[in-house]
Design a binder for this molecule. Structure first.
Ligand SMILES: Nc1ncnc2c1ncn2[C@@H]1O[C@H](COP(=O)(O)OP(=O)(O)OP(=O)(O)O)[C@@H](O)[C@H]1O
Length: 276
């Protein structure tokens, strides 16, 4: 049996007294598009940072394709591409230079680099803009450039933290279409966080709803929507509740005004502004 793309068991991470991740059990199968959803402050980014080895794993276990994240961190990093919430493209470099930088950092063999950089830029439709400074790009183009940076090392697992935040609907669709196309071409696994329930419903094979550091619901979007309908006593002919209804049902009190703190609001706004 092949190892899961991601396997977290009892993962816990605290910032002082704040238990950001609190006993997370999560398995992402190879090849699937998996959505990690949850209100501000649910612990999604912290979990992702543990999976990418940017944070240590103080408690529990994290493995990426069977590689222990607490063991050989470089071995884990070689398997994944990561698009963080924060800006990872340099506005003073061209699109091509930005992607070439990632190719060097991720050890793409020198003789393959130019070709792989061109392929990554082509995969996100930035060939024509490749030699322009990234500072001249629109928000949607910056996101696609960051996608190319993450793809240039041909990762088996692509991790995206709110890839479409702050983008207009057309740019959002475009980012997803490019993710879907690369995934279909390569069989790559995708783990994504998003606040947009419509995107999760449309593009994710399975989703997990996270709240206060733990998974509270898990399944395909349709399974979760049907499950809520059944719990509400809906007739088979009634329209299914939306994924947003499921989210509200699961997160409940996490969606009131006390959800998240100043840091959460600041980071969300900063991210939205810089890609907007
Ligand atoms: N560097 C940090 N220092 C202190 N507390 C932190 C830090 N990073 C996260 N936290 C706290 O940990 C909890 C989980 O935060 P995290 O960013 O993982 O949530 P999230 O689900 O990704 O939220 P969002 O959807 O807003 O990005 C929150 O209470 C947050 O305030």
């Amino acid at each position: 049996m092949t190892a899961a793309a991601v396997a977290c068991t009892g993962l816990a991470y605290a910032f002082g007294d704040t238990r950001a991740v609190d006993g997370l059990d999560l398995t992402v199968a190879e090849g699937e598009v998996f959505g990690l959803l949850g209100p501000n402050g649910a612990g999604k980014t912290t979990a992702i940072r543990c999976i990418t080895t940017l944070l240590p794993v103080p408690s529990g276990m994290v493995a990426v394709f069977g590689q222990d994240a607490a063991g050989d961190r470089m071995a884990v990093r070689r398997l994944l591409g990561y698009v963080p919430q924060q800006l990872s493209a340099d506005q003073n470099l061209t699109g091509r230079e930005n992607v070439a930088l990632f190719a060097r950092v991720f050890d793409v063999p020198r003789r393959e680099r130019a070709e792989r950089v061109a392929q990554a830029l082509g995969a996100v439709d930035l060939t024509d803009a490749a030699d322009r400074l990234a500072g001249t790009y629109s928000g949607g183009m910056v996101r696609r450039l960051e996608l190319a940076q993450a793809l240039v090392s041909a990762p088996r697992l692509l991790i995206l933290d709110e890839p479409t935040i702050g983008l207009d609907p057309i740019a959002r669709t475009s980012v997803w279409e490019h993710i879907t196309a690369v995934r279909e071409a390569t069989g790559m696994t995708v783990l994504v966080t998003t606040h947009y329930m419509d995107e999760a419903d449309q593009y994710c094979d399975r989703v997990a709803l996270m709240h206060r550091g733990r998974i509270r619901a898990l399944g395909t979007p349709t399974e979760l929507r049907k499950g809520l309908g059944t719990r509400r006593g809906a007739a088979p002919t009634d329209p299914l509740p939306s994924l947003e209804d499921v989210f509200r049902d699961v997160a409940g009190s996490g969606l009131d005004d006390s959800s998240g703190d100043f840091r959460d609001v600041r980071s969300t706004r900063r991210t939205a502004q810089r890609v907007g």
